[in-house]
Design a protein around this ligand. Structure first.
Ligand code: S3P
Length: 467
């Protein structure tokens, strides 16, 4: 990538030890603030995701007339939402900006299709290159008037909101964003909507909608929703920790030869725990403790220790359960014996970067052997990695996966465009620094994560300031 962004230096670390509490779940945060904004009543959403993506959703909703107040601290925000009710949103006076967040543009795309006003919604360069035809096509089956750039392929999206009608829709792509967009549109439609999905995807929308009083039935592959006859009821709850953020520490502990990490208060919804199942299948020493439920979402603590991993093959229904963790699974594969084969994951090509290409390219720079497949990759384990200059390609999940590889690699790894982690996990670098230790039992003596000094990009100095 030509332009230089902020860099982080990651040093090989000798011991990983401690507790990490991951930030509030990003997927649940988007849904909690959208649904409470159109509900009736007051909601207090504790542990809202501190990442930029969810703030994009908040700022779009505010521009549409939602009443959302922010409290708590930067790493542990609380939102106070006064629901405006099912007809309370109004036309924004400007173009809505979803930033880097596909969940924001797609979920709001569904909601706004069924609101009686005009909306235009766009995002950053990465988001404007991501496919929107998959959103536009099913919404049009419900009567939506929604258009995109380049023959309805890309954002900006123009939406002339109107009263939609329910429809029977089969989703060919296992996408929770598209499923949720249709459910949001269907809340205000005339008649029932029935959605069929080939493979189940994360079900946070369904869980929240049911608790807020929507008439929704779901048996995994088929979901039916009746339009609202009375407003959704506001719901206050503590958002569980994000397993997609916790995953970096689960993998780090499993692949490191001297490690024990406890991840606290982490969401373990079965539609999201593919990374746990994959690690266990690879031989990880992983324990789930203290299981409980908050707002119908399972939560637990997870303990992981140094393990001897072996390669596995993943495909099919497993893929949506760990779609965001595949770059990280590729890192785990580098430290497993034998081959790790990932197939059926062509969706990776249309994420924040083409993750099949970028993960293969950047891990190869560190000495890994990774082969690209059209719909996945093959990782040949057992080759030691060496520190290198790598690039996040402005993809937060790639930046964090490379950081975990960097803790294991010989020497120093310099990650360019490291600031991108802020879209989902602003305290990632300080959380890594807090568990990276010089040796067993000792306090942290060395600096394992640092900003690259301005004029000496390869050096390491010990200020853990924000990326
Ligand atoms: C998300 C769904 C997934 C995931 C994304 C968050 C959601 O995307 O990759 O990070 O919150 O619904 P797709 O629905 O495109 O698979």
């Amino acid at each position: 990538m030509a332009k230089q962004g902020k860099m982080k230096v990651i040093k090989h670390c000798h011991r990983l030890e401690g507790e990490v509490t991951p930030p509030g779940d990003k997927s649940i945060s988007h849904r909690a603030v959208i649904l409470n904004s159109i509900a009736s009543g007051e909601a207090e959403i504790v542990n809202f995701s501190p990442g930029g993506d969810c703030w994009s959703t908040v700022s779009c909703l505010r521009a549409l007339g939602a009443r959302i107040r922010r409290g708590g601290t930067p790493d542990f925000p609380t939102l106070f939402v006064s629901g405006v009710g099912q007809r309370g949103l109004s036309e924004a006076s400007n173009v809505l900006n979803a930033g880097n967040s596909a969940t924001t543009i797609r979920l709001l795309g569904g909601l706004l299709s069924s609101q009686p006003f005009l909306s235009i919604i766009t995002g950053d360069a990465s988001l404007r290159s991501r496919p929107m035809g998959r959103l536009i096509e099913p919404l049009r089956l419900m009567g939506a008037e929604i258009w995109g750039r380049e023959g309805d392929s890309f954002a900006p999206l123009i939406i002339k909101g109107r009263r939609l009608h329910g429809a029977e829709i089969s989703l060919s792509i296992p996408s929770a964003q598209i499923k949720s967009a249709i459910l949001l549109a269907a809340l205000f439609a005339r008649g029932k909507t029935v959605l069929q999905q080939l493979v189940p995807s994360r079900d946070h929308s369904e869980r929240l909608l049911k608790q807020m009083g929507a008439e929704l039935e779901s048996d995994g592959n088929s979901i039916s929703l009746n339009p609202l006859t009375s407003p959704l009821k506001a719901i206050s709850f503590i958002i569980p920790g994000d397993i997609s953020a916790a995953a970096y520490f689960l993998v780090a502990a499993a692949i490191h030869p001297d490690a024990r990490i406890v991840v606290k208060d982490c969401g373990v919804n079965p539609t999201r725990t593919g990374i746990i199942d994959a690690l266990v299948a690879m031989g990880a020493k992983l324990r789930i403790e203290n299981e409980r439920v908050t707002a119908d979402e399972p939560v637990a603590d997870i303990v992981v220790e140094s393990s001897k991993l072996r390669g596995i093959e993943i495909d099919g229904e497993m893929i949506p359960r760990l779609i965001d963790e595949i770059p990280l699974l590729a890192v785990a594969g580098c430290f497993a014996s034998g081959k790790t084969v990932i197939r059926g994951a062509a969706e990776l090509r249309v994420k924040e970067s083409d993750r099949i290409a970028t993960v293969s390219r950047e891990l190869t720079k560190m000495g890994a052997r990774v082969e690209e497949l059209p719909d996945g990759m093959v990782i040949y384990g057992g080759k030691a990695l060496s520190g290198a200059k790598v690039d996040s390609h402005l993809d937060h999940r790639l930046a964090m996966s490379l950081a975990i590889a960097g803790l294991m690699a010989r020497g120093e790894t310099i990650i360019n465009h490291a600031q991108v982690v802020n879209v989902s996990y602003p305290s990632f670098w300080s959380d890594v620094a807090s568990v990276a230790k010089q040796s067993r039992g000792e306090r942290q003596l060395d600096c394992f994560v640092a900003n690259a000094p301005r004029n000496d990009k390869e050096g390491c100095h010990c200020k853990h300031s924000e990326a």
